[in-house]
Design a binder for this molecule. Structure first.
Ligand SMILES: Nc1ncnc2c1ncn2[C@@H]1O[C@H](COP(=O)(O)OP(=O)(O)OP(=O)(O)O)[C@@H](O)[C@H]1O
Length: 294
């Protein structure tokens, strides 16, 4: 599928889907499949011409349980985005398998079970916020038969954008635009959300605000989430587990459980438990950077 279509709808798979009314936290599973989450089994991926290939993902295996929020962190170039693209079906693995709620990626994308939030919001400038977020519902309405749809206006209000629904993207701050892009992904109620550094373009204050907004929304609208980030506090605040990747080749070096109670809010930052976890993640990253991990 074209990246343009992906960008403007937030759905991986095709001419978009749509959610309206009746929040179903489990999400659409593309036809009666149980929510079993994401399974990545022995995935390898290389880039480059035959004879000069670079191994980017080396035998990566992980499970994300249904409704679990998992972050991936690691040095630049370790393959975080590549892993996310393989799970999204935007890039094929050379070896291994990925299943989404028990279905192949091809089947999951066809059933519009996967939502993607890219680094930049990619809203259509000539459409209002509401029209952008409604796009997944209006494109190819036939494909929405049997889906649980969410009410775009209600979701925008939940994201604190109720006052901005009739504004154009250019009238919004960067943070508000990215919030609209996240709302757009929730609106067609996918089973799995893949987020690739959605807040990386924002300044720290704005970033923290958006992060807390996402946390708040996700805690009442649980989805299976894989979230790529470079920010340790962000990974801890949002996640149930943090996967630390090593580079050259990209592989899983460490998995850290984030056993902070939920629901969480900004007060968590000041707790000893948060600081301990921050120390643990930074130590793990340091090991990876120093290539202590073999
Ligand atoms: N389409 C491609 N063709 C060739 N090489 C690629 C392609 N996509 C990614 N790579 C290479 O694969 C490696 C991993 O890239 P990837 O973007 O997955 O890393 P990352 O961990 O997400 O990096 P960053 O944190 O900087 O965004 C890099 O060396 C990159 O240059």
């Amino acid at each position: 599928m074209s990246s343009e279509l992906l960008d403007v709808t937030g759905a991986v798979g095709n001419r978009l889907a749509a959610p309206a009314a009746g929040a179903r936290s489990a999400g659409n599973t593309g036809g009666g499949t149980a929510n079993t989450g994401v399974q990545v089994a022995n995935v390898s991926k290389s880039f480059g011409p035959e004879g000069a290939k670079t191994l980017v993902l080396d035998d990566v295996s992980l499970s994300i349980h249904a409704g679990e929020f998992v972050s991936v962190i690691g040095p630049s170039g370790c393959g975080k985005s590549t892993l996310l693209k393989v799970i999204a079906g935007l890039s094929d693995a050379d070896d291994g398998a990925v299943t989404i709620d028990g279905k192949t990626v091809a089947s999951a994308t066809k059933g519009k079970m996967i939502g993607l939030v890219p680094q930049s919001p990619a809203l259509l400038p000539w459409r209002t916020v509401l029209e952008n977020v409604t796009l997944p519902i209006t494109v190819n309405p036939k494909a929405n038969a049997g889906r649980t749809l969410r009410d775009p206006q209600e979701i925008l209000e939940s994201f604190g954008l109720g006052h901005a629904i009739n504004k154009y993207p250019s009238q919004l701050s960067g943070g508000m635009q990215q919030r609209a892009a996240i709302a757009r992904a929730f609106v067609f109620d996918p089973s799995v959300l893949l987020m690739d550094e959605p807040f990386s373009a924002l300044d720290e204050m704005n970033r923290d605000q958006q992060r807390l907004g996402l946390l708040d929304f996700w805690q009442t609208n649980r989805k299976t989430v894989l979230f790529v980030t470079h920010s340790v506090p962000e990974a801890i605040m949002l996640s149930d587990r943090i996967i630390v990747m090593a580079a050259h080749p990209g592989r899983i070096a460490d998995v850290i459980d984030v056993d902070l109670p939920r629901p969480r809010d900004a007060d968590v930052y000041a707790t000893d438990e948060f600081r301990d976890l921050e120390g643990a993640v930074r130590t793990s990253l340091q090991s990876v950077m120093e290539k202590k991990y073999v």
